[in-house]
Design a protein around this ligand. Sequence first.
Ligand code: NAD
Length: 486
Amino acid sequence: MIEIKNVKPESSLYISGKWQSGSKTICNINPSDINQNLGNFAQASREQTNQAILAAKNAQPEWEKTPIERKQIILQAIGNELIARCDELGRLLSSEEGKPFLEGRGEIYRAGQFFQYYAAEALRQMGDYTSSVRPGVSIATTREPIGVVAIITPWNFPVAAASWKIAPALAFGNSVVWKPANLTPASATALTEIIHRQNLPPGTFNLVLGSGSEVGDMLVNSKDVNGVSFTGSVETGRKIATATASNFVRCQLEMGSKNALLILDDADINIAVEATIAGSFSGTGQKCTASSRLLVMDNIYDLYVDSLVKRMSQLKVGHALEEGVFIGPVINDKQLSSNLSWVDKALQNGAELAFGGKQLNLSHNGYYMTPTLFLGTNNDWEINQEELFAPLACVIRVGSLEEGIEVANSTKFGLTGGVITKSLRSSALFKQKIQTGCAMVNLPTAGTDYHVPFGGRKNSSFGPREQGQYAKEFYTIIKTIYQRPF
Ligand code: NAD
């Protein structure tokens, strides 16, 4: 069992300022040690989900008129507490999600930074003022909250992805109903407990744990929800876009990807290898920003592959809380079977296995596999077109910068893309031509800052950008006020 300050897992629904039990519970299995159930967490019924939506609707006007300095103090306090408790909460996150402790700790720290950043943004809400084309008339444009926001998040960044949505939603005066993924309920409960102690007007923030097909579906189809901010798979995103469009409810979707890292033949080999290790294998490859396609030019190909394989052999796979572990378990048995079946398919299609490709039986009974590298695949193979969410990458040979960019863009996704080069000219062309929302030069495709916009193109994103000042495009609506004096 896992300890969550002040809350019992079976009473982990938070509706209208009170903790509640649910209609049933689910187990929270530790992927590093599947014999360990971290707790039985509550699941919201349909009635409780409706209660949460109604509570948010009723509370929103009071929260909207709460002075901005009070909002700033609350968000700052939440951010400060996350940062102060990042060791403890990082361990909790890593226990249920499986990312190594340092990554879990880093995620909590980052979540704290999102709250601190939007605490400041709460004070920085400016409008515009201009003259009218009509004599004597003036015009002001102001921003207002959109109302009730449903926030639906995935398991792979259970606290950070939630925080980069919850913090701006609250900063701009919206109320929130949060539905996290069912695989990471403990982190969601711990974050909610911190928010609870800030005494927001009851109903301003609500947590409903439950399945996507029941609780999530109710949120996205509710006529009392004014906006849905979602991070998760393309399949779910498409359902949400369809449901919200039919009610004219705005949505913001961050979804899958198939990011490419392009290694040019003038690349610094150490930067190329370290960017690959961080981009392809941190978070066990379960990142929307992971580099799953490694596009490598001929003249550096052999050196790069040899150096990468050598470096991969040094990566320790193991229990998320064990010291020195770089790759934790994958999230569950379904994901592990999917990863191993991609390995089988690649081998059947004639790919060359350069490293890994195996399930690992370690002293803890968890969902472990080796980091995996394939050579000899083609960009149009399914393995290079579908998101795997696995510690698995494919090296694809390219003849030139231009060919590399074309291959990088030949996908239905467009979240991040990276190039490793010493050439200013090559990096300039790459930055200009890459069809992604984020472009990285001499950096891994994974790893972004908290104060600038984040998002992608094509099937990776839909709707306004998240994070930084751009978040207000989703969380506020503009009013244009025309005024003539008496
Ligand atoms: P998922 O789509 O299965 O679930 C995401 C959330 O949606 C969960 O809370 C789930 O319960 C909920 N959900 C499922 N069906 C729903 C429905 N019909 N209506 C409403 N809600 C529903 O995704 P996942 O497996 O949890 O996460 C992995 C995916 O998330 C990957 O595709 C990954 O690329 C993506 N992701 C994207 C980003 C990004 O910023 N682009 C960041 C992290 C993860």
